[in-house]
Design a protein around this ligand. Structure first.
Ligand SMILES: NC(=O)c1ccc[n+]([C@@H]2O[C@H](COP(=O)([O-])OP(=O)(O)OC[C@H]3O[C@@H](n4cnc5c(N)ncnc54)[C@H](O)[C@@H]3O)[C@@H](O)[C@H]2O)c1
Ligand SMILES: O=CCC[C@H](NC(=O)CCC(=O)O)C(=O)O
Length: 471
Protein backbone atom coordinates (compact mmCIF):
# COMPACT_ATOMS: atom_id res chain seq x y z
CA UNK A 1 0.00 0.00 0.00
CA UNK A 2 1.23 3.48 -0.73
CA UNK A 3 0.33 6.25 1.67
CA UNK A 4 -0.20 9.68 0.25
CA UNK A 5 -1.38 13.04 1.45
CA UNK A 6 -3.01 16.10 0.04
CA UNK A 7 -1.91 19.49 1.24
CA UNK A 8 -3.28 22.99 1.21
CA UNK A 9 -1.07 24.73 -1.38
CA UNK A 10 -1.55 28.06 0.39
CA UNK A 11 -0.16 26.84 3.71
CA UNK A 12 1.42 23.39 3.30
CA UNK A 13 -1.04 22.05 5.90
CA UNK A 14 -2.06 18.39 5.39
CA UNK A 15 -5.76 18.20 4.60
CA UNK A 16 -6.06 14.48 3.88
CA UNK A 17 -3.91 11.42 4.44
CA UNK A 18 -4.61 7.85 3.40
CA UNK A 19 -3.72 4.81 1.35
CA UNK A 20 -3.76 4.37 -2.40
CA UNK A 21 -5.94 1.41 -3.38
CA UNK A 22 -4.05 -1.81 -4.08
CA UNK A 23 -4.49 -3.66 -7.37
CA UNK A 24 -6.73 -6.14 -5.51
CA UNK A 25 -8.90 -3.33 -4.15
CA UNK A 26 -9.22 -1.81 -7.61
CA UNK A 27 -10.22 -5.25 -8.97
CA UNK A 28 -12.79 -5.66 -6.18
CA UNK A 29 -14.30 -2.23 -6.97
CA UNK A 30 -14.71 -3.18 -10.63
CA UNK A 31 -16.20 -6.56 -9.69
CA UNK A 32 -18.68 -4.87 -7.37
CA UNK A 33 -19.64 -2.46 -10.18
CA UNK A 34 -19.99 -5.39 -12.59
CA UNK A 35 -22.21 -7.34 -10.18
CA UNK A 36 -24.44 -4.31 -9.56
CA UNK A 37 -24.83 -3.44 -13.25
CA UNK A 38 -27.65 -5.71 -14.50
CA UNK A 39 -30.10 -4.78 -11.75
CA UNK A 40 -29.23 -1.06 -11.92
CA UNK A 41 -29.57 -1.01 -15.71
CA UNK A 42 -32.93 -2.79 -15.61
CA UNK A 43 -34.51 -0.62 -12.96
CA UNK A 44 -37.21 1.81 -14.02
CA UNK A 45 -35.70 5.14 -15.00
CA UNK A 46 -37.58 6.81 -12.13
CA UNK A 47 -35.63 4.73 -9.56
CA UNK A 48 -32.37 6.10 -10.89
CA UNK A 49 -33.76 9.63 -11.01
CA UNK A 50 -34.87 9.31 -7.38
CA UNK A 51 -31.37 8.12 -6.42
CA UNK A 52 -29.55 11.05 -8.04
CA UNK A 53 -32.13 13.45 -6.58
CA UNK A 54 -31.28 12.08 -3.11
CA UNK A 55 -27.61 12.70 -3.91
CA UNK A 56 -28.49 16.24 -4.97
CA UNK A 57 -30.25 16.86 -1.65
CA UNK A 58 -27.17 15.71 0.29
CA UNK A 59 -24.91 17.87 -1.87
CA UNK A 60 -27.06 20.91 -1.17
CA UNK A 61 -27.03 20.20 2.55
CA UNK A 62 -23.26 19.73 2.69
CA UNK A 63 -22.40 22.49 0.18
CA UNK A 64 -20.84 24.98 2.64
CA UNK A 65 -18.60 22.33 4.20
CA UNK A 66 -17.62 20.88 0.82
CA UNK A 67 -16.85 24.28 -0.71
CA UNK A 68 -14.48 24.99 2.17
CA UNK A 69 -12.87 21.57 1.79
CA UNK A 70 -12.24 22.15 -1.93
CA UNK A 71 -10.80 25.58 -1.15
CA UNK A 72 -8.46 24.10 1.45
CA UNK A 73 -7.43 21.27 -0.82
CA UNK A 74 -6.91 23.26 -4.06
CA UNK A 75 -6.36 26.78 -2.76
CA UNK A 76 -9.23 28.09 -4.89
CA UNK A 77 -11.09 31.15 -3.61
CA UNK A 78 -14.22 30.37 -1.61
CA UNK A 79 -16.47 32.41 -3.93
CA UNK A 80 -15.40 30.03 -6.67
CA UNK A 81 -15.78 26.74 -4.81
CA UNK A 82 -19.28 27.84 -3.74
CA UNK A 83 -20.15 28.11 -7.43
CA UNK A 84 -18.58 24.69 -7.98
CA UNK A 85 -20.95 23.17 -5.42
CA UNK A 86 -23.91 24.95 -7.01
CA UNK A 87 -22.89 23.51 -10.40
CA UNK A 88 -22.66 20.03 -8.89
CA UNK A 89 -26.20 20.16 -7.51
CA UNK A 90 -27.46 21.84 -10.72
CA UNK A 91 -25.93 19.04 -12.80
CA UNK A 92 -28.60 16.62 -11.55
CA UNK A 93 -31.59 18.43 -13.09
CA UNK A 94 -29.65 19.26 -16.25
CA UNK A 95 -28.66 15.61 -16.66
CA UNK A 96 -32.22 14.37 -16.19
CA UNK A 97 -33.37 16.75 -18.93
CA UNK A 98 -30.43 15.78 -21.15
CA UNK A 99 -31.14 12.07 -20.67
CA UNK A 100 -34.75 12.53 -21.76
CA UNK A 101 -33.97 14.83 -24.63
CA UNK A 102 -30.90 13.12 -26.06
CA UNK A 103 -31.09 9.50 -25.02
CA UNK A 104 -34.60 8.78 -23.87
CA UNK A 105 -37.05 6.41 -25.48
CA UNK A 106 -39.42 7.22 -28.31
CA UNK A 107 -41.71 5.26 -30.60
CA UNK A 108 -43.48 5.93 -33.85
CA UNK A 109 -46.27 3.99 -35.50
CA UNK A 110 -45.35 2.14 -38.70
CA UNK A 111 -47.25 0.09 -41.28
CA UNK A 112 -46.14 -3.12 -39.52
CA UNK A 113 -46.54 -1.90 -35.93
CA UNK A 114 -43.98 0.25 -34.16
CA UNK A 115 -40.42 1.55 -34.45
CA UNK A 116 -38.81 2.30 -31.10
CA UNK A 117 -35.58 4.04 -30.21
CA UNK A 118 -34.17 2.99 -26.86
CA UNK A 119 -30.87 3.68 -25.13
CA UNK A 120 -29.01 1.10 -23.12
CA UNK A 121 -26.13 1.70 -20.69
CA UNK A 122 -22.63 0.44 -21.46
CA UNK A 123 -21.78 -1.25 -18.15
CA UNK A 124 -18.92 -0.36 -15.82
CA UNK A 125 -17.59 3.18 -16.30
CA UNK A 126 -14.21 4.25 -14.98
CA UNK A 127 -14.19 7.97 -14.16
CA UNK A 128 -10.81 9.69 -13.73
CA UNK A 129 -11.02 13.22 -12.40
CA UNK A 130 -8.73 16.26 -12.60
CA UNK A 131 -7.72 18.50 -9.71
CA UNK A 132 -8.93 21.87 -10.96
CA UNK A 133 -12.68 21.28 -10.53
CA UNK A 134 -12.32 18.15 -8.41
CA UNK A 135 -16.04 17.96 -7.66
CA UNK A 136 -17.83 19.49 -10.64
CA UNK A 137 -15.99 17.77 -13.48
CA UNK A 138 -16.08 14.13 -12.31
CA UNK A 139 -19.64 14.81 -11.15
CA UNK A 140 -20.39 15.78 -14.76
CA UNK A 141 -19.59 12.19 -15.79
CA UNK A 142 -20.89 10.36 -12.71
CA UNK A 143 -24.42 11.81 -12.62
CA UNK A 144 -25.27 11.15 -16.30
CA UNK A 145 -23.66 7.71 -16.09
CA UNK A 146 -25.76 6.73 -13.08
CA UNK A 147 -28.92 8.09 -14.70
CA UNK A 148 -28.25 6.10 -17.86
CA UNK A 149 -27.87 2.87 -15.84
CA UNK A 150 -24.09 2.54 -15.86
CA UNK A 151 -22.25 1.65 -12.70
CA UNK A 152 -19.19 3.67 -11.77
CA UNK A 153 -15.68 3.30 -10.38
CA UNK A 154 -14.31 6.77 -9.66
CA UNK A 155 -10.68 7.68 -9.04
CA UNK A 156 -10.29 11.29 -7.93
CA UNK A 157 -7.12 13.20 -8.71
CA UNK A 158 -4.27 12.37 -6.34
CA UNK A 159 -4.18 16.12 -5.60
CA UNK A 160 -7.77 16.10 -4.34
CA UNK A 161 -8.58 12.90 -2.44
CA UNK A 162 -10.50 14.80 0.25
CA UNK A 163 -12.97 16.11 -2.33
CA UNK A 164 -13.32 12.58 -3.72
CA UNK A 165 -13.99 11.20 -0.27
CA UNK A 166 -16.68 13.81 0.42
CA UNK A 167 -18.38 13.06 -2.90
CA UNK A 168 -18.34 9.34 -2.10
CA UNK A 169 -19.91 10.09 1.29
CA UNK A 170 -22.70 12.07 -0.40
CA UNK A 171 -23.38 9.22 -2.82
CA UNK A 172 -23.37 6.74 0.03
CA UNK A 173 -25.86 8.89 1.92
CA UNK A 174 -28.05 8.81 -1.19
CA UNK A 175 -28.49 5.10 -0.55
CA UNK A 176 -27.58 3.76 -3.97
CA UNK A 177 -27.67 -0.02 -4.28
CA UNK A 178 -24.40 -1.66 -3.25
CA UNK A 179 -21.74 -1.60 -5.97
CA UNK A 180 -23.45 1.03 -8.16
CA UNK A 181 -20.90 3.68 -7.17
CA UNK A 182 -17.38 2.81 -6.04
CA UNK A 183 -14.34 4.92 -5.38
CA UNK A 184 -10.64 4.10 -5.33
CA UNK A 185 -8.05 6.59 -4.17
CA UNK A 186 -4.56 6.94 -5.58
CA UNK A 187 -2.37 8.38 -8.29
CA UNK A 188 -1.58 7.41 -11.86
CA UNK A 189 -0.64 3.85 -10.89
CA UNK A 190 -4.08 3.35 -9.40
CA UNK A 191 -5.63 4.93 -12.48
CA UNK A 192 -3.58 2.59 -14.69
CA UNK A 193 -4.63 -0.42 -12.58
CA UNK A 194 -8.26 0.60 -13.02
CA UNK A 195 -7.89 0.85 -16.79
CA UNK A 196 -6.34 -2.63 -16.89
CA UNK A 197 -9.62 -4.02 -15.53
CA UNK A 198 -12.49 -5.12 -17.77
CA UNK A 199 -14.27 -1.78 -17.99
CA UNK A 200 -16.81 -0.72 -20.61
CA UNK A 201 -16.20 3.03 -20.63
CA UNK A 202 -13.54 5.54 -19.63
CA UNK A 203 -14.86 8.99 -18.82
CA UNK A 204 -11.80 11.15 -18.45
CA UNK A 205 -11.20 14.81 -17.77
CA UNK A 206 -7.55 15.77 -17.65
CA UNK A 207 -4.46 16.62 -19.59
CA UNK A 208 -3.95 16.22 -23.32
CA UNK A 209 -0.92 13.99 -22.68
CA UNK A 210 -2.92 11.52 -20.58
CA UNK A 211 -5.76 11.59 -23.13
CA UNK A 212 -3.34 10.77 -25.97
CA UNK A 213 -2.00 7.88 -23.90
CA UNK A 214 -5.52 6.52 -23.37
CA UNK A 215 -6.31 6.74 -27.10
CA UNK A 216 -3.28 4.54 -27.77
CA UNK A 217 -3.98 2.20 -24.88
CA UNK A 218 -7.53 1.47 -26.04
CA UNK A 219 -6.80 1.49 -29.78
CA UNK A 220 -7.55 -2.23 -30.02
CA UNK A 221 -10.56 -2.09 -27.69
CA UNK A 222 -13.28 -0.35 -29.70
CA UNK A 223 -15.88 -1.76 -27.30
CA UNK A 224 -14.53 0.52 -24.54
CA UNK A 225 -16.22 3.89 -24.93
CA UNK A 226 -13.74 6.74 -24.46
CA UNK A 227 -14.96 10.19 -23.52
CA UNK A 228 -11.89 12.42 -23.35
CA UNK A 229 -12.18 15.98 -22.08
CA UNK A 230 -8.68 17.44 -22.43
CA UNK A 231 -6.74 20.67 -22.36
CA UNK A 232 -6.34 23.45 -24.90
CA UNK A 233 -4.10 26.22 -26.17
CA UNK A 234 -7.04 28.55 -26.50
CA UNK A 235 -6.97 31.73 -28.61
CA UNK A 236 -8.75 35.01 -27.89
CA UNK A 237 -8.82 37.47 -30.78
CA UNK A 238 -9.44 41.17 -30.13
CA UNK A 239 -10.19 43.17 -33.26
CA UNK A 240 -11.78 46.60 -33.74
CA UNK A 241 -12.92 46.95 -30.14
CA UNK A 242 -12.75 50.58 -29.03
CA UNK A 243 -13.17 50.31 -25.27
CA UNK A 244 -9.81 48.96 -24.10
CA UNK A 245 -10.94 48.85 -20.44
CA UNK A 246 -13.95 46.70 -21.33
CA UNK A 247 -11.73 44.46 -23.45
CA UNK A 248 -9.28 44.10 -20.58
CA UNK A 249 -11.98 42.74 -18.26
CA UNK A 250 -12.90 40.03 -20.77
CA UNK A 251 -9.27 39.12 -21.42
CA UNK A 252 -8.37 39.00 -17.72
CA UNK A 253 -11.33 36.73 -16.91
CA UNK A 254 -10.35 34.51 -19.83
CA UNK A 255 -6.68 34.19 -18.94
CA UNK A 256 -6.31 34.52 -15.18
CA UNK A 257 -9.46 33.25 -13.47
CA UNK A 258 -8.78 30.22 -11.23
CA UNK A 259 -5.10 31.21 -11.51
CA UNK A 260 -5.24 30.10 -15.13
CA UNK A 261 -6.18 26.56 -14.07
CA UNK A 262 -9.22 26.14 -16.30
CA UNK A 263 -9.13 24.12 -19.47
CA UNK A 264 -11.07 26.92 -21.16
CA UNK A 265 -8.64 29.72 -20.18
CA UNK A 266 -7.29 31.83 -23.02
CA UNK A 267 -3.59 31.15 -23.46
CA UNK A 268 -3.03 33.27 -26.58
CA UNK A 269 -4.20 36.86 -27.05
CA UNK A 270 -4.22 37.80 -30.74
CA UNK A 271 -4.34 41.55 -31.47
CA UNK A 272 -3.72 43.90 -34.40
CA UNK A 273 -0.20 45.16 -34.99
CA UNK A 274 0.27 48.82 -34.08
CA UNK A 275 -1.47 51.28 -31.77
CA UNK A 276 -4.78 49.36 -31.50
CA UNK A 277 -2.97 46.26 -30.24
CA UNK A 278 -0.72 48.30 -27.94
CA UNK A 279 -3.71 49.92 -26.22
CA UNK A 280 -5.32 46.54 -25.57
CA UNK A 281 -2.16 44.93 -24.22
CA UNK A 282 -1.48 47.92 -21.95
CA UNK A 283 -5.02 47.83 -20.54
CA UNK A 284 -4.81 44.06 -19.91
CA UNK A 285 -1.43 44.43 -18.20
CA UNK A 286 -2.71 47.29 -16.02
CA UNK A 287 -5.74 45.28 -14.93
CA UNK A 288 -3.60 42.20 -14.23
CA UNK A 289 -1.62 44.31 -11.74
CA UNK A 290 -4.82 44.82 -9.74
CA UNK A 291 -5.64 41.11 -9.28
CA UNK A 292 -5.37 39.94 -5.69
CA UNK A 293 -3.88 36.42 -5.49
CA UNK A 294 -4.18 35.34 -1.87
CA UNK A 295 -5.31 32.42 0.34
CA UNK A 296 -8.93 31.34 -0.14
CA UNK A 297 -10.18 32.67 3.17
CA UNK A 298 -8.40 36.03 3.19
CA UNK A 299 -10.18 39.28 3.77
CA UNK A 300 -10.72 41.09 1.41
CA UNK A 301 -11.85 38.24 -0.80
CA UNK A 302 -9.11 37.22 -3.25
CA UNK A 303 -9.43 37.10 -7.01
CA UNK A 304 -7.76 33.67 -7.02
CA UNK A 305 -5.37 31.50 -5.05
CA UNK A 306 -2.17 29.59 -5.71
CA UNK A 307 -1.48 26.93 -8.29
CA UNK A 308 -2.25 23.41 -7.10
CA UNK A 309 1.27 22.84 -5.73
CA UNK A 310 4.79 24.23 -5.61
CA UNK A 311 5.76 21.49 -8.05
CA UNK A 312 3.15 22.70 -10.54
CA UNK A 313 4.37 26.28 -10.03
CA UNK A 314 7.99 25.30 -10.75
CA UNK A 315 6.96 23.38 -13.89
CA UNK A 316 4.82 26.27 -15.16
CA UNK A 317 7.55 28.85 -14.47
CA UNK A 318 10.06 26.64 -16.31
CA UNK A 319 7.74 26.47 -19.36
CA UNK A 320 7.37 30.25 -19.25
CA UNK A 321 11.13 30.75 -18.99
CA UNK A 322 11.67 28.43 -21.96
CA UNK A 323 9.52 30.79 -24.07
CA UNK A 324 11.41 33.84 -22.77
CA UNK A 325 14.73 32.13 -23.56
CA UNK A 326 13.41 31.48 -27.08
CA UNK A 327 12.89 35.22 -27.58
CA UNK A 328 9.52 36.12 -26.05
CA UNK A 329 9.42 39.69 -24.71
CA UNK A 330 8.25 40.12 -21.14
CA UNK A 331 5.35 42.53 -20.65
CA UNK A 332 4.59 41.37 -17.12
CA UNK A 333 6.94 38.95 -15.36
CA UNK A 334 5.64 36.15 -13.17
CA UNK A 335 7.44 35.01 -10.03
CA UNK A 336 6.46 34.54 -6.40
CA UNK A 337 3.72 36.56 -4.73
CA UNK A 338 5.09 38.63 -1.83
CA UNK A 339 5.25 36.75 1.49
CA UNK A 340 3.25 33.78 0.21
CA UNK A 341 4.36 30.16 -0.35
CA UNK A 342 5.87 28.95 -3.61
CA UNK A 343 2.62 27.69 -5.14
CA UNK A 344 1.53 31.32 -5.57
CA UNK A 345 2.61 32.90 -8.86
CA UNK A 346 1.99 36.31 -10.36
CA UNK A 347 0.22 36.48 -13.73
CA UNK A 348 2.59 36.82 -16.66
CA UNK A 349 2.11 38.42 -20.06
CA UNK A 350 4.68 37.77 -22.76
CA UNK A 351 4.80 38.81 -26.41
CA UNK A 352 5.59 35.83 -28.63
CA UNK A 353 5.16 37.54 -32.00
CA UNK A 354 7.66 36.02 -34.41
CA UNK A 355 8.93 33.58 -31.80
CA UNK A 356 8.62 29.83 -32.36
CA UNK A 357 6.84 28.63 -29.20
CA UNK A 358 5.57 25.18 -28.36
CA UNK A 359 1.91 24.51 -29.04
CA UNK A 360 1.33 23.32 -25.48
CA UNK A 361 -0.98 24.36 -22.69
CA UNK A 362 0.59 26.24 -19.78
CA UNK A 363 -1.88 25.48 -16.96
CA UNK A 364 -1.11 28.71 -15.13
CA UNK A 365 -1.94 32.45 -15.35
CA UNK A 366 0.40 33.06 -18.26
CA UNK A 367 -0.82 34.83 -21.39
CA UNK A 368 1.03 34.95 -24.72
CA UNK A 369 0.41 37.93 -27.00
CA UNK A 370 0.57 37.61 -30.79
CA UNK A 371 0.37 40.66 -33.06
CA UNK A 372 -0.92 40.09 -36.60
CA UNK A 373 -1.49 42.34 -39.65
CA UNK A 374 -5.08 41.39 -40.60
CA UNK A 375 -8.24 39.73 -39.33
CA UNK A 376 -7.64 36.80 -41.68
CA UNK A 377 -4.18 36.40 -40.17
CA UNK A 378 -5.78 36.52 -36.71
CA UNK A 379 -8.10 33.62 -37.54
CA UNK A 380 -5.23 31.67 -39.09
CA UNK A 381 -3.13 32.23 -35.95
CA UNK A 382 -6.06 31.25 -33.72
CA UNK A 383 -6.46 27.99 -35.63
CA UNK A 384 -2.72 27.25 -35.66
CA UNK A 385 -2.91 24.74 -32.82
CA UNK A 386 -3.37 21.01 -32.56
CA UNK A 387 -5.96 21.72 -29.83
CA UNK A 388 -9.47 23.10 -30.28
CA UNK A 389 -11.28 23.54 -26.99
CA UNK A 390 -12.36 27.17 -26.50
CA UNK A 391 -11.85 30.35 -28.51
CA UNK A 392 -13.17 33.88 -28.47
CA UNK A 393 -13.56 37.08 -30.42
CA UNK A 394 -13.91 40.52 -28.83
CA UNK A 395 -15.04 43.14 -31.32
CA UNK A 396 -17.51 45.97 -31.92
CA UNK A 397 -18.08 44.62 -35.42
CA UNK A 398 -20.74 41.90 -35.61
CA UNK A 399 -19.72 41.11 -39.20
CA UNK A 400 -16.35 39.91 -37.92
CA UNK A 401 -18.18 37.50 -35.63
CA UNK A 402 -19.99 36.01 -38.65
CA UNK A 403 -16.62 35.31 -40.24
CA UNK A 404 -15.07 34.09 -37.00
CA UNK A 405 -17.80 31.62 -36.01
CA UNK A 406 -17.71 30.03 -39.47
CA UNK A 407 -13.95 29.61 -39.60
CA UNK A 408 -12.73 29.05 -36.05
CA UNK A 409 -11.98 25.47 -35.11
CA UNK A 410 -13.06 24.98 -31.50
CA UNK A 411 -15.87 23.36 -29.53
CA UNK A 412 -16.74 26.37 -27.34
CA UNK A 413 -16.68 29.75 -29.10
CA UNK A 414 -17.43 33.09 -27.45
CA UNK A 415 -18.26 36.56 -28.75
CA UNK A 416 -17.57 39.48 -26.41
CA UNK A 417 -17.54 37.03 -23.50
CA UNK A 418 -14.67 35.40 -21.61
CA UNK A 419 -13.54 32.03 -22.94
CA UNK A 420 -14.17 30.61 -19.46
CA UNK A 421 -17.51 30.00 -17.76
CA UNK A 422 -19.24 27.47 -19.98
CA UNK A 423 -22.79 26.29 -19.39
CA UNK A 424 -23.93 22.85 -18.26
CA UNK A 425 -26.96 22.98 -20.54
CA UNK A 426 -24.75 23.17 -23.64
CA UNK A 427 -22.19 20.68 -24.96
CA UNK A 428 -18.67 21.17 -23.63
CA UNK A 429 -15.74 19.61 -25.45
CA UNK A 430 -13.07 20.22 -28.00
CA UNK A 431 -11.61 19.16 -31.31
CA UNK A 432 -8.21 17.75 -32.19
CA UNK A 433 -5.96 17.12 -29.21
CA UNK A 434 -8.63 18.60 -26.89
CA UNK A 435 -10.84 15.54 -27.03
CA UNK A 436 -12.35 12.83 -29.16
CA UNK A 437 -15.63 14.32 -30.36
CA UNK A 438 -17.54 13.13 -27.34
CA UNK A 439 -18.32 16.43 -25.64
CA UNK A 440 -19.44 16.48 -22.05
CA UNK A 441 -21.91 18.70 -20.09
CA UNK A 442 -25.32 18.49 -21.86
CA UNK A 443 -24.00 15.91 -24.32
CA UNK A 444 -22.59 13.61 -21.63
CA UNK A 445 -25.83 11.65 -21.97
CA UNK A 446 -24.65 10.56 -25.43
CA UNK A 447 -21.56 8.71 -24.25
CA UNK A 448 -23.30 7.12 -21.25
CA UNK A 449 -25.65 4.98 -23.35
CA UNK A 450 -25.86 3.50 -26.82
CA UNK A 451 -28.90 3.70 -29.08
CA UNK A 452 -30.89 0.63 -30.05
CA UNK A 453 -33.35 0.84 -32.92
CA UNK A 454 -36.08 -1.78 -32.77
CA UNK A 455 -38.79 -2.61 -35.28
CA UNK A 456 -41.69 -4.33 -33.63
CA UNK A 457 -44.77 -6.06 -35.02
CA UNK A 458 -47.35 -6.95 -32.39
CA UNK A 459 -47.91 -10.49 -33.69
CA UNK A 460 -46.31 -13.05 -35.96
CA UNK A 461 -47.76 -12.19 -39.36
CA UNK A 462 -47.12 -13.80 -42.70
CA UNK A 463 -44.91 -11.41 -44.75
CA UNK A 464 -44.68 -13.63 -47.84
CA UNK A 465 -46.20 -10.86 -49.94
CA UNK A 466 -43.23 -8.59 -49.06
CA UNK A 467 -40.62 -11.11 -50.25
CA UNK A 468 -39.59 -10.36 -53.82
CA UNK A 469 -38.69 -13.14 -56.19
CA UNK A 470 -40.31 -15.84 -54.11
CA UNK A 471 -41.23 -18.81 -56.29
N1 LIG B 1 -11.76 19.58 -21.37
C1 LIG B 1 -12.15 19.62 -20.12
O1 LIG B 1 -13.34 19.52 -19.83
C2 LIG B 1 -11.15 19.80 -19.00
C3 LIG B 1 -11.64 20.23 -17.78
C4 LIG B 1 -10.74 20.38 -16.73
C5 LIG B 1 -9.40 20.12 -16.90
N2 LIG B 1 -8.95 19.73 -18.10
C6 LIG B 1 -7.51 19.53 -18.31
O2 LIG B 1 -6.99 18.77 -17.22
C7 LIG B 1 -5.65 19.13 -16.96
C8 LIG B 1 -5.47 19.44 -15.49
O3 LIG B 1 -5.84 18.33 -14.72
P1 LIG B 1 -4.81 17.26 -14.14
O4 LIG B 1 -3.45 17.87 -14.03
O5 LIG B 1 -5.45 16.68 -12.93
O6 LIG B 1 -4.78 16.19 -15.32
P2 LIG B 1 -4.01 14.79 -15.39
O7 LIG B 1 -4.16 14.29 -16.77
O8 LIG B 1 -2.65 14.91 -14.84
O9 LIG B 1 -4.81 13.84 -14.36
C9 LIG B 1 -6.20 13.62 -14.46
C10 LIG B 1 -6.54 12.27 -13.83
O10 LIG B 1 -6.01 11.22 -14.63
C11 LIG B 1 -5.14 10.40 -13.87
N3 LIG B 1 -4.05 10.02 -14.78
C12 LIG B 1 -3.18 10.85 -15.40
N4 LIG B 1 -2.34 10.15 -16.19
C13 LIG B 1 -2.71 8.86 -16.06
C14 LIG B 1 -2.23 7.63 -16.64
N5 LIG B 1 -1.20 7.62 -17.50
N6 LIG B 1 -2.85 6.48 -16.31
C15 LIG B 1 -3.91 6.50 -15.47
N7 LIG B 1 -4.39 7.61 -14.87
C16 LIG B 1 -3.79 8.77 -15.17
C17 LIG B 1 -4.69 11.26 -12.71
O11 LIG B 1 -4.32 10.46 -11.61
C18 LIG B 1 -5.95 12.07 -12.43
O12 LIG B 1 -6.89 11.35 -11.68
C19 LIG B 1 -5.38 20.34 -17.85
O13 LIG B 1 -4.70 19.91 -18.99
C20 LIG B 1 -6.77 20.83 -18.21
O14 LIG B 1 -6.82 21.57 -19.39
C21 LIG B 1 -9.79 19.54 -19.16
O1 LIG C 1 -11.54 23.50 -16.43
C1 LIG C 1 -12.31 23.33 -17.31
C2 LIG C 1 -13.78 23.56 -17.37
C3 LIG C 1 -14.31 24.69 -16.55
C4 LIG C 1 -15.64 25.25 -16.94
N1 LIG C 1 -16.41 24.38 -17.78
C5 LIG C 1 -17.61 23.88 -17.43
O2 LIG C 1 -18.11 24.07 -16.32
C6 LIG C 1 -18.33 23.05 -18.46
C7 LIG C 1 -19.78 22.91 -18.20
C8 LIG C 1 -20.13 21.68 -17.45
O3 LIG C 1 -19.35 20.71 -17.47
O4 LIG C 1 -21.20 21.65 -16.83
C9 LIG C 1 -15.40 26.55 -17.67
O5 LIG C 1 -15.48 26.59 -18.89
O6 LIG C 1 -15.13 27.55 -17.02
Amino acid sequence: MTRFTSTNPATGETVWEGEAASIEQVGAAVEAARAAFPDWADRPRQDRIDAVKRYQAVLKERAPEMAEAISRETGKALWETKTELASMAGKVDISIRAYDERTGERSSETAFGRATLRHRPHGVSAVLGPFNFPGHLPNGHIVPALLAGDTVVFKPSEETPLTGQLMAECLEAADLPKGVFNMVQGGRDTGAALLDQPIDALMFTGSGAAGAHFRRKFADDPHVILALELGGNNPLVVWDAADAEAVAGIVVQSAFVTTGQRCSCARRLIVPEGAQGDAIVEAVAAMSDRLNFAPWDSDPEPYAGPLISEKAASAALAALQQRIDAGARVIRASGPVDNLPGAFVKPAIIDVTGVAVEDEEMFAPFLQVLRVPSFDAAIAAANATKYGLSAGLVSDDAKLWDRFINRIRAGVVNFNRPTTGAAGDMPFGGLGASGNHRPSAYYAADYCAYPVASFEAGAVKNIESEIKGLR
